[in-house]
Design a protein around this ligand. Structure first.
Ligand code: GLP
Length: 241
């Protein structure tokens, strides 16, 4: 695991965007793993800017979202499908049919999760997975206690995560209790993982997953076993190291 401490979120976004640009130029049919939350937003802004001002094309790229809420109506503005579309894929030239996500509205969620895993495999696997991290060390929505070998499946959110994510909704009561998320085993299959964390509220999670034991209580710690993970953090998020 390579840990890079940078001055501010703009510097972090530029380094992450460089990694994605290098990949897409080398491999026009690259497969990107896309994350929601606020951490990757600067990267999406930077990639959209490079798309509009330069020759960076995503026309052959496939994108796979990490996770999705269960129980939000299709088209809800805070469903992760809509967030990824609004914040990133509508701003570049990726083909909409090439953007996939776990289906939180399926009648048969286990079957939909298995089909989603199969779609990732058919696309050739994820080349670069962008990640944020929750204050409890979750990645995707793999809350504390998630199996380190887990695949895409339904999970319950802990209270802290619902509180953390309530800022995107009118009230905490609107935050779903259930989600579908790529498993830790699914995320570990990505060839390169780029995790972004900023701010003092992430310092404990960063310390735990970078320096603590590999343990299900801190899901992101599984990345210590990954052969190519880059952790991009600011000084506040690094303050517990
Ligand atoms: C949500 C998402 C995660 C994300 C986390 C942190 O729970 N499911 O993928 O990493 O929030 O969000 P933020 O980047 O806004 O701190």
């Amino acid at each position: 695991m390579e840990v890079v401490i940078l001055h501010d979120p703009a510097a972090i976004a530029a380094v992450a965007a460089d990694a994605i640009e290098d990949l897409v130029r080398r491999k026009p049919h690259a497969v990107l793993g896309l994350a929601t939350g606020s951490s990757p937003l600067g990267v999406y802004d930077e990639l959209a800017r490079r798309h509009h001002t330069g020759s960076l094309s995503f026309a052959g790229v496939h994108g796979f979202a990490l996770d999705e809420y269960v129980g939000l109506p299709v088209g809800h503005p805070e469903s992760y499908r809509e967030v990824i579309r609004r914040e990133f894929t509508d701003r570049i030239d990726i083909h909409p049919d090439n953007v996939h996500g776990p289906d939180g509205a399926a009648d048969d969620i286990p079957a939909a999760c298995a089909a989603f895993e199969e779609t990732i495999r058919e696309a050739g696997g994820v080349d670069l997975q962008l990640l944020g991290v929750g204050t409890d060390g979750h990645i995707g929505f793999n809350e504390p206690g998630s199996s380190l070998a887990s695949r895409t499946r339904i999970k319950s959110l802990i209270d802290q995560t619902r509180k953390d994510n309530a800022r995107f909704f009118d009230s905490i009561d609107e935050v779903p209790h259930h989600v579908v998320t790529q498993g830790l085993g699914t995320i570990m299959d990505a060839r390169h993982v780029v995790l972004i964390a900023t701010g003092a509220q992430k310092a404990r999670a960063v310390r735990d997953f970078v320096e603590g034991p590999v343990a299900a209580i801190c899901a992101a710690s599984v990345l210590q076993m990954h052969p190519h993970t880059t952790v991009l953090i600011d000084e506040a998020a690094a303050s517990g190291l």
